[in-house]
Each structure stands twice: as C-alpha cells, then as structure tokens.
Write a protein that binds this ligand. Structure first.
Ligand code: RP5
Length: 159
C-alpha cells in the first residue's frame, strides 16, 4: 500500500502542461497523487503492469490523459476496475477531436469517464476524482461545497 489516492497518467511528457491542471486541483483539495508517464502504444507492457498494480497499491481513482488516437485511458481500463477518468489532449493536427472520440467511445462493458478536451478537461477530471473520493470522506465533501461557494462569490464579485 502507498498513501497516494489518485494516479495522474499521461501518454507523453509533452502532455504535462495540460495535465498539470489536474495536479493543481488535487493539491488544493489536499489529495495525495502520483504522476506517471506511460504510453498505450509505445510502452504497452509498462502501461498494463502499472494499471494491474494500482488497486493493490491503494490508488482509488485514475486520471488518464492522452492525445491523438488516445488509447491510454481505455488500455488502462482493460486492466483495472478502478474508475478511470479520461482527458483528451489537443496535441495532434485534429486538435483533440481524435482523442475525444477515442476516449469517449469505449465499447460497452469497459467504461471510461470522458472529460472535455484540454486544460478544462484536466481540471474537471481532478474535481470529478475529488467528488468520487468525497463519497466516503465528509471532510472532502465539505471542501467541495466550499469550492462551489468560492466560484459563486467570484462571479458575483466580478460585477
Ligand atoms: C500521445 O501522442 C501522447 O499522449 C501525446 O499527446 C501525443 C504526442 O506524443 P509525443 O510525440 O509528444 O511524445 O500518445
């Protein structure tokens, strides 16, 4: 067992500027996480080994970001029943539409929760992960409600 609750996985180091948005949110909510770079296509064995070991290591939720023919979230979902939240990354000439379709169009039986393309998706993936963890942690649930209030105040105060 380790103390990390969330795994942020991505297909390439070049995905980091997008996926960092997820890390920022998890830090804000004081949720421990690890970051892993592994590719569904270029390091398939590594990806499978990493995914298979997650549950035993105590990880509860996975956020998986990849661009182009983005198989990472689905490839990981094949090896674990932990919830996988996919983030399509706009790193290809198709600007993430390809990654969005690859991530969202999982065949029935092996789900991946797909977020928006790019930084908003990475941010929401982390909030979604926090929402899952909050189901069994009252303190985290309270922080989520405070976060909503914070956003509401920011909009009202902008006037
Ligand atoms: C995907 O291909 C990665 O997730 C990345 O978004 C994209 C390009 O990867 P690099 O060529 O920058 O390593 O697998």
């Amino acid at each position: 067992m380790n103390s990390q609750l969330v795994s942020i996985v991505m297909g390439s180091k070049s995905d980091l500027p997008v996926m960092e948005e997820a890390g920022k949110i998890l830090k804000k909510f004081e949720i421990s996480y690890e970051v892993k770079i592994t590719s569904a296509h270029r390091t398939p064995e590594n990806t499978a080994e990493y995914a298979k070991a997650l549950e035993e290591r105590g990880i509860k939720v996975v956020i998986a970001g990849a661009g182009a023919a983005a198989h990472l979230a689905g490839a990981m979902a094949a090896w674990t029943t932990l919830p996988i939240i996919g983030v399509p990354i706009d790193s290809s000439p198709l600007k993430g539409i390809d990654a969005l379709l690859s991530t969202v169009q999982m065949p029935g039986g092996i789900p991946v929760a797909s977020m928006a393309i790019g930084k908003a998706g990475a941010k929401n993936a982390a909030i979604f992960a926090v929402e899952i963890l909050a189901l069994s942690d009252g303190e985290t649930a309270k922080k989520l409600k405070d976060y909503r209030e914070e956003m509401k105040r920011a909009v009202l105060e902008a006037n």
